[in-house]
Design a protein around this ligand. Structure first.
Ligand SMILES: [Zn+2]
Length: 272
C-alpha cells in the first residue's frame, strides 16, 4: 500500500494536471460516484489534497471526491493523445485538454460535502498528518509518551492512523531505526531524549521519503554506495526488507519478526 509520501507525491502530480483546468470529460463509472458525475462535470477541480493516505479531489464548494487506494487502487496520468492500456477496472477518469488522470481498482470512494469531510468515519479519526507544517518534535514527543498513546507498543502505534496519518510499514521500521529505539518498546518507557529523537526521526524520514521517492537513507550512505559501486537499490532502506543483511552502522544482521501481523525489521544492536 502506498504510504503518506507516495500519496502526497501522487497528489502533487494530479494537482499539476487537473487544478483549474476545464474538464472536457469526467467519467465516474463507480456506483458511489456515478450519481455525481453530471453535476461535478460542470465545475473545475480547485485542489487535490491529502489526509494521511487518502486523496481529496476538491471541486470548491460543489463537493469533494474522497479516494483511498487501499491495496489495489492505482492512479495513472497520461497525455490525452495516449491510448491507456490496463486490465484493471476503471473507477474514475478526469480528462483535460492535455492530460487524463485515470483511477483504477480503488473501492473506497465517496463524494463528500465539507461537513461530510469533518464527520467522515476515517478522516475524522485521523491523527496529525506526517507533513503537517505545525508539527514540532516537542508536541510529537508528548503525543508518543502521554496518557492517550504511551501504553502502546511503538511498532503498532506508528501504524495507527489515529496516532498519525500517513505512516505505513516501511516508514515505521526506518523511523525506529533512525531513532535507535527498539520496536517492542512502549512510548511511556522512552526517556525524553529518546522521545525527541523518535519524533525527529518521524518527521525527517517522512520528508526524506517524499523528497527521495521512497529512499529513506541519507546522503552519506548514498555516497558510500556510489564509491563502492553498490547498486542504489541496495541502500534504499536501513532495515526494511534487509533481513539477515549487515546493519550499515554496526554490521549486525538485521532482524525480522511479524509484529501485529505486519513485517517488522530492526537492528538489535543499534536499537535498544
Ligand atoms: Zn546496527
Amino acid at each position: 500500500m502506498p504510504e503518506g509520501p507516495e500519496v502526497r507525491r501522487m497528489a502533487h502530480r494530479l494537482a499539476r494536471v487537473l487544478v483549474d483546468q476545464r474538464l472536457g470529460e469526467l467519467d465516474l463509472p463507480h456506483p458511489a460516484l456515478r450519481p455525481h458525475e453530471h453535476r461535478l462535470s460542470r465545475h473545475r477541480i480547485t485542489a487535490v489534497e491529502t489526509r494521511g493516505k487518502a486523496f481529496l479531489i476538491r471541486f470548491g464548494k460543489k463537493g469533494t471526491i474522497y479516494v483511498h487506494l487501499q491495496l489495489y487502487g492505482r492512479w495513472k496520468i497520461h497525455r490525452v493523445s495516449t491510448e491507456p492500456r490496463s486490465n484493471r477496472t476503471l473507477r474514475a477518469a478526469f480528462v483535460t485538454e492535455t492530460h487524463q488522470a485515470l483511477l483504477y481498482s480503488a473501492t473506497d470512494l465517496e463524494v463528500l460535502s465539507d461537513a461530510g469531510i469533518e464527520n467522515h468515519r476515517f478522516l475524522s479519526r485521523l491523527g496529525p498528518d506526517l507533513f503537517d507544517p505545525n508539527l514540532t518534535d516537542e508536541s510529537l514527543a508528548e503525543r508518543l509518551t502521554g496518557p492517550t498513546f504511551g501504553r502502546r507498543q511503538l511498532a503498532g502505534l506508528l501504524l495507527d492512523q489515529g496516532f498519525m496519518g500517513g505512516i505505513g510499514n516501511y516508514l515505521r521500521a526506518e523511523m525506529l531505526y533512525v531513532a535507535g529505539v527498539a520496536p517492542h518498546r512502549k512510548g511511556s518507557s522512552l526517556h525524553i531524549d529518546e522521545a525527541l529523537a523518535l519524533a525527529n526521526a518521524i518527521r525527517t524520514i517522512g520528508q526524506r521519503a517524499y523528497d527521495q521517492k521512497g529512499y529513506t537513507t541519507d546522503d552519506e550512505l548514498l555516497a558510500v554506495a556510489k564509491r563502492r559501486q553498490w547498486s542504489k537499490r541496495r541502500v534504499r532502506h536501513y532495515v526494511f526488507e534487509r533481513e539477515g543483511q549487515a546493519c550499515f552502522a554496526c554490521g549486525t544482521g538485521i532482524q525480522r519478526a511479524d509484529i501485529g501481523g505486519r513485517r517488522m525489521f530492526w537492528c538489535a544492536s543499534c536499537q535498544t
